[in-house]
Design a binder for this molecule. Structure first.
Ligand code: LLP
Length: 421
């Protein structure tokens, strides 16, 4: 469900015509819908009913200040994975007591900044990290609340690059060693065990892996409690998938996902923490681009647009599918053509969509690349010296640029020549 629909034959973001934004902002640009962000957060959060819970939006999916403020204002906590995300969350007014710090490589300075801010919990991924947190906490006379991230060795049945819960993945502590590492945690100064954590992967469209992993965690909580640990919360990670392709089977509903959680860990009396990212932001954003050239190869047609793999890496990196729509609604019986939608970057891998049946496009037409709100702008770069593109937030019939277009001079200014040149 999202708020990008045709009205009077023109694609709108909520009540704002997309061509109006393009006329003011130029192309390409990312466009987010406030109503969609809010709706997704509420549907997910409300699925847990009156169970004690906290939904920590995984801000790596889309960390624009305007996006995280929109979510923070309706009660979201944040799941962060770097000192940079900590600063961005705090800058957007997110209370430190609602921030969870995940990730395998937290540095001394990141740990110290998070302790200083007073975050809710560190999700710890190794013994080495435990020792470092203990060291930093004791040096600064603070206590670090920690959970151990457990690797339950479960196959999330998703793309290999975004599966995280198998034994061979770099993430978490093997569940078979959990009790031993919790004992270490309890013995270290400056550390307070308060919960347990896992995250098995992303774009998961089958509830079974969740069920297996969460049951495993439920059992572990009982064992850990009998070992004397005070497990107050279970953090079950994120990863619930979303529909990318028209006609795809709908992924499980948040309500069904919440039911799996209630069944597996509901009787433990723990607070439930979750870390959804894609589910909140994915369908709340589109990438709008303009056709630069139509090019007709020997056996292919190409729509060369002004957005490229540096703006949206997902098709290139994960063979991800994003629907492409013409901003002008095609007529029902109009001509179509099978095209590859590609960018101007000098790589064959620079494509947004291949073999798509689209209405006949021509130079300067606008297209919308759908479901680009999560892992879109945040994964963009400046390859081929293409400046980062703007981000726009829509609410009803108003819109605001929430990240300005970078200029090439910004890129040049970050470089400098060596003193001998
Ligand atoms: N929690 C942790 C510890 C994570 O590592 C992630 C995502 C999430 C929560 C949120 O997962 P979500 O609900 O968004 O699936 N760039 C890839 C996705 C990478 C996901 C990384 N971790 C993509 O574009 O598909």
């Amino acid at each position: 469900m999202h708020h990008f629909t045709y009205k009077s034959g023109i694609l709108h973001a909520e009540n704002t015509p997309v061509p109006d934004i393009a006329a003011q902002v130029g192309t390409p640009f990312y466009c987010y819908s406030t109503a969609t962000l809010e709706r997704h957060f509420k549907v997910f959060d409300e699925a847990f009913g009156d169970i004690d819970h906290l939904t920590c939006y995984a801000m790596k999916a889309n960390s624009n200040q305007a996006v995280i403020k929109t979510l923070g204002d309706i009660g979201a906590g944040m799941d962060i994975v770097s000192g940079g995300e900590l600063k961005r969350a705090l800058a957007a007014g997110i209370a430190a007591e609602k921030i969870i710090f995940s990730g395998v490589g937290k540095t001394e300075i990141e740990i110290s900044d998070a302790l200083e801010a007073g975050i809710l919990c560190f999700n710890v991924e190794s013994e080495s990290e435990l020792h470092l947190i203990s060291l930093v906490a004791t040096a600064t006379r603070k206590t670090a609340n920690i959970s151990l991230r457990i690797n339950p060795d479960v196959d999330a049945k998703t793309h290999a690059k975004i599966a995280t819960g198998k034994a061979e993945n770099k993430f978490g502590i093997p569940w078979t060693r959990a009790r031993e590492v919790y004992a270490l945690a309890a013995s270290l100064p400056g550390i307070q065990v308060c919960g347990i954590d896992l995250h098995i992967g992303s774009q998961i469209v089958d509830l079974e892996p969740y069920q297996l992993a969460y049951e495993r965690i439920g059992e572990l909580v009982e064992n850990l409690r009998s070992d004397g640990h005070d497990i107050q919360h279970v953090d079950l990670g994120g990863g619930l998938g979303i529909p990318y392709r028209q006609g795809d089977n709908e992924p499980p509903l948040p309500r069904e996902y919440a039911d799996v959680i209630k069944k597996a860990v509901g009787s433990l009396g723990c607070k439930i923490i979750t870390e959804p990212g894609r589910l909140i932001a994915g369908n709340a954003g589109i990438l709008v681009a303009r056709v630069v050239h139509m090019k007709h190869g020997e056996n292919k047609h190409f729509a060369v647009i002004d957005a490229a793999m540096n703006d949206l890496l997902r098709p290139t990196l994960y063979e991800a599918h994003h629907e492409v729509l013409s901003v002008v609604q095609p007529s029902v019986n109009g001509y179509t053509q099978i095209v590859d939608v590609v960018g101007p970057v000098c790589e064959t891998g620079d494509y947004i969509a291949t073999n798509r049946e689209l209405p006949l496009l021509k130079q300067n037409d606008l297209v919308a690349i759908m479901t680009a709100g999560a892992y879109g702008a945040v994964q963009s770069g400046t390859y081929n010296t293409r400046a980062l593109i703007p981000e726009v937030l829509v609410s009803g019939d108003q819109f605001a640029v929430v990240r300005r277009r970078m200029e090439v001079k910004d890129i040049i200014e970050l470089d400098q020549t060596a003193p001998w040149q």
